[in-house]
Design a binder for this molecule. Structure first.
Ligand SMILES: O=C(O)CCC(=O)C(=O)O
Length: 285
C-alpha cells in the first residue's frame, strides 16, 4: 500500500506520516470510549485499575482533579475495550507495516498517551528499543492521532535518521531514567521535526528512532492510541513492559517457527513498577 517514495522515506528517515490510518467510524468509536474513561477519571485521586502484572492501568498526572482531569496514560486498553482490540488487530497502518517489515507481523503492546489541556505531560527523548530488547529490531511504533495534532498541543518530535545510528544509554549513574542523557538531548533538540496532522492520521516510527514530545500548550486535548508491532521472527529477550493477554499475537501473515537475530549491544531496561514510564522518566540523571 505504500508508494516506493514512502517506503524510501521510512527507511532513510525512520518515520512516516500516514493520513487516514483510521476509518471515520474507528476514530469516532475510539474517541467515544476514551471520553468515557476521561469522565470516570474525574473521581480518582491516584493511579487506578489493574493490569495483568498488577500495576495501575490508568495513570494520572500530579495535579489531576475533577475540574481539570489529567489522565495521561492507559496501559493496554485493548484488554478492556472491544473497539481498541479490533483496531489493534486491523487498521490501515498495519497494511503499511506489512510493506515495511512483512509479510508476517506480530503485536507487541498498546497504550494511550493523552495530554489534556493544561496538563504538563512531557516525554523526554528516548528510543523505544531501549525498553524492549528483541532478537532483531524490525519493530515499529504506530501512533494513531485521536485528536488533531498541532504544533501547539505537544506533537511527537522525532530526530530523522537516528534509527540508523547508535543505541543511546538510558541508564545514568545506576538509574534507569528511560531517556537519553541531558547532553544528547541538548545536541539533538535543534534537529527535531514535529509530526502533526488531522485526527485519524498516524505516525509510524522505527523502534530505534530518537523521539520525545513537549507539553500541550493549547486549549484542546492531544490523545494518541499507540500500538507496537514487530516482524514475526523477532523474539523478546525480557518481559514486556506493557504485558497483555494478546502480546505476540500474529496479526498479519502466519507463524514461521523461525527466529532472526541482528547484532547490537545494550543494557537491559528496568521494568517499571509504577503505572507508566513517566515515573521512570521523572527520575533525575
Ligand atoms: O505521547 C507522546 O508524545 C510520545 C509517546 C512516546 O514516545 C512513548 O510513550 O514512548
Amino acid at each position: 500500500m505504500l508508494s516506493p517514495e514512502e517506503l524510501e522515506q521510512f527507511h532513510t528517515q525512520g518515520f512516516l506520516f500516514l493520513k487516514d490510518a483510521l476509518t471515520a467510524t474507528q476514530l469516532q468509536r475510539l474517541t467515544e470510549q476514551f471520553d468515557l474513561w476521561k469522565e470516570q477519571s474525574r473521581s480518582q485521586t491516584a493511579p487506578y485499575g489493574e493490569t495483568i502484572d498488577g500495576r495501575p492501568r490508568f495513570d494520572i498526572e500530579p495535579g489531576h482533579c475533577a475540574e481539570r482531569p489529567a489522565l495521561r496514560r492507559i496501559a493496554s486498553p485493548i484488554e478492556i475495550s472491544d473497539v481498541y482490540l479490533e483496531v489493534m488487530r486491523d487498521n490501515r497502518a498495519l497494511d503499511a507495516v506489512v510493506d515495511i517489515f512483512g509479510p508476517n507481523i506480530k503485536f507487541e503492546n498498546a497504550k494511550i498517551n493523552s495530554k489534556l489541556p493544561g496538563a504538563a505531560t512531557q516525554v523526554k527523548f528516548h528510543q523505544d528499543f531501549l525498553f524492549e530488547a528483541h532478537t532483531n529490531d524490525d519493530m515499529i511504533t504506530v501512533l494513531f492521532f485521536l485528536d488533531d495534532v498541532t504544533p501547539e498541543n505537544g506533537p511527537l518530535q522525532v530526530i530523522p535518521g537516528t534509527h540508523k545510528g547508535r543505541l543511546y544509554d538510558h541508564w545514568h549513574d545506576g538509574i534507569f531514567t528511560g531517556a537519553v542523557s541531558d547532553e544528547v538531548m541538548e545536541a539533538m533538540t535543534p534537529l527535531a521535526e514535529s509530526c502533526f496532522g488531522p485526527a485519524g492520521s498516524a505516525c509510524l516510527m522505527h523502534t530505534r528512532l530518537l523521539h520525545g514530545s513537549g507539553p500541550n500548550l493549547s486549549q484542546g486535548p492531544r490523545t494518541l492510541f499507540i500500538c507496537e508491532y514487530l516482524a514475526e521472527d523477532s523474539y523478546p529477550l525480557h518481559d514486556n513492559h506493557i504485558p497483555s493477554q494478546y502480546q505476540y499475537e500474529v496479526v498479519r501473515g502466519e507463524p514461521t517457527g523461525r527466529v532472526r537475530c541482528s547484532e547490537y549491544e545494550m543494557a537491559f531496561p528496568e521494568m517499571p513498577t509504577g503505572a507508566s514510564f513517566f515515573e521512570q522518566q521523572a527520575k533525575k540523571q
